[in-house]
Write a protein of this length. Structure first.
Length: 255
């Protein structure tokens, strides 16, 4: 299956945007025109069961789907920007195909093999209880409250609410649910310049992952944003657009 996707920009270096599991590819709307105007050939996609991509009808890998999409588009090398779960997928792609990734930006990323801490376990238990009670609206609100920091506007909160509700409804309606497989990967294989961003208002799990990544990836640098929650690209979109363009420009010099 080819993931639902957008592509824009001609002739420039390829840049792939991978969304959070709270959102879909629309989360990149604020950064999309900035990155295209900066000269990149920008791709964004919906993982299976999100946005316009249907749920899986068998075992699958999100990282494998992304690799297949790039092959379908004829893209041999690309920079990857991943938010939350999209950051985990970016790490899996970069560790599996290190020569194909020119740069990595991880915005409050999850990580393959991470064992959830107390706060993340508590969130999952509360979400599961709401699902068990058929309370999708409550599960949506839990996600909006948990993952958006104090800088998020009411408009952004409503947009996340719409994206999360759509994903839940699509996944809820599936006759059979297949969870994506998670690869066993060696992050030390990643050599591309890497920026691991965390938010000071995020759950401890994601702050700890970002702080730990430079110990596992020799080329990684950690940056904590004092104002950010879990989705800084939505909370302060212009600030994050500037951060992305500056880091990717510097990474291209080192590539």
């Amino acid at each position: 299956m080819t993931l639902s996707h957008d592509i824009s920009g001609d002739g420039g270096p390829a840049l792939v945007l991978l969304h959070s599991s709270v959102c879909d590819r629309r989360m990149w709307d604020p950064q999309w025109p900035v990155l295209v105007n900066a000269g990149y050939r920008v791709v964004r996609c919906d993982f299976r069961g999100f946005g316009d991509s249907p749920v899986a009808d068998g075992p699958y890998s999100d990282a494998g789907d992304v690799a297949d999409l790039l092959d379908h588009l004829g893209i041999e090398r690309a920079a990857l920007v991943g938010a939350s779960y999209g950051g985990q997928v970016a790490l899996e792609v970069a560790a599996t195909c290190p020569g194909a990734v020119t740069a990595l930006v991880l915005l409050c990323a999850a990580m393959p093999g991470h064992v959830p801490g107390a706060a993340l376990r508590s969130f999952a238990e509360r979400e599961d209880a709401l699902f068990a009670a058929d309370d999708l609206a409550g599960a949506v609100e839990l996600n909006v409250e948990t993952w958006l920091g104090p800088e998020a506007s009411d408009e952004v909160r409503e947009e996340v609410r719409r994206m999360q509700r759509h994903a839940f409804e699509v996944q809820w309606a599936a006759k059979e649910e297949f969870a994506p497989t998670e690869a066993q990967v060696d992050l030390a294989r990643i050599k591309a310049p890497c920026l691991a961003v965390s938010g000071a208002h995020d759950l401890a799990d994601f702050r700890e992952i970002a702080a730990r990544l430079p110990k596992q990836i020799s080329s990684a640098h950690h940056l904590e944003l004092p104002w950010a929650g879990h989705l800084p690209g939505l909370e302060q979109p212009d600030t994050v657009a500037d951060l992305l363009t500056r880091f990717l420009r510097e990474a291209a010099v080192r590539d």
